[in-house]
Design a binder for this molecule. Sequence first.
Ligand code: GLY
Length: 350
Amino acid sequence: MSVSRRDFLERTAALAAAGFVPRLPDDLLGAAAPATAAPMAWHGRGRPLVVSSSNGIKGVRVAYDRMLAGEDPLDAAIAGVNLVELDPTDQSVGLGGLPNEEGVVQLDASCMHGPTRRAGSVAAIEGIATPSLVAKAVMDYTDHVMLVGAGATKFAKAMGFKEQNLLTEQSRQDWMRWKSRLNANDAWLDHDDDIKIKFTTGTINMNAVNGAGDIGSVTTTSGMAWKVPGRIGDSPVIGAGQYCDNLVGAAGSTGRGEANIKTCASFLIVEFMRQGLGPQEACLKTLERVVAMTETRLMGPNGRPKFDLEFYALTKDGRFGGATLYSGGKFAVCDEKGARLEEAAYLLKR
Ligand code: GLY
């Protein structure tokens, strides 16, 4: 029976008014997508693959092995990023992450599960080392997508997550050194170009697809170092920090979150892939959009952005790519050839 889009929408509206929420089959969702959509061929067989930011080099192996053992791609990817969240020496994520301007570690994370079209997110959560798992708990156990601040922390504790001090001695000392060089003339918009201690917008994003073409994606971070308390970056924003559409692929980001949020970059990368671009081309085209959307104060004298941003992407059929705004970046991949770092494509030469 053929159903026109208009018929379908009218019927759906009538059913929704009657309190019935239909589950839409994949092929109908594809048909209802914009006219430019879905040129990507899918023949029902893919290949397992994990792609992540370079700090996920150990995690991609863990995620890949778990998928081969039959674990769900999102659970596998989260296990991969948990390694980094729990590593006190990575000062951009989880335990040991650099704190906000008041010395408090506030973490952001989000995830998406392709096969069930669900998402979960937490932002500015405190005292929980694995916000990626809390984001998944929001997805699994609530009717919501995003919890922030005290509410997110309270939810995590209610779900049985252990509360702990996330500020390591190294990160505390870095924060004290940053604080000691502040002076009365400093303003929030002064950037840290001259800072001699670590400043980070580091993060980990990981995307995984299994042989059946089912996809999961996750991003987790301690966000921008020395941020204003309550600042939320791109990582917990669905469509910015990561995005996954089980018909197409997944994408995620590390780097300056503020630049990403304005372009909904992960969503845009997936949309470009839906229109037929390969993962690397989609990442590069999205970086062009980022540059076009950059405000003047963040442009250097040479007319180039003063920040970096990195994208990682994979498709349902097992292709992958990564691209950075400036040359010299790498990203982590694991497939049948093993775990390795690959050179990222770039938009601008450093
Ligand atoms: N991409 C990490 C952040 O800006 O928070």
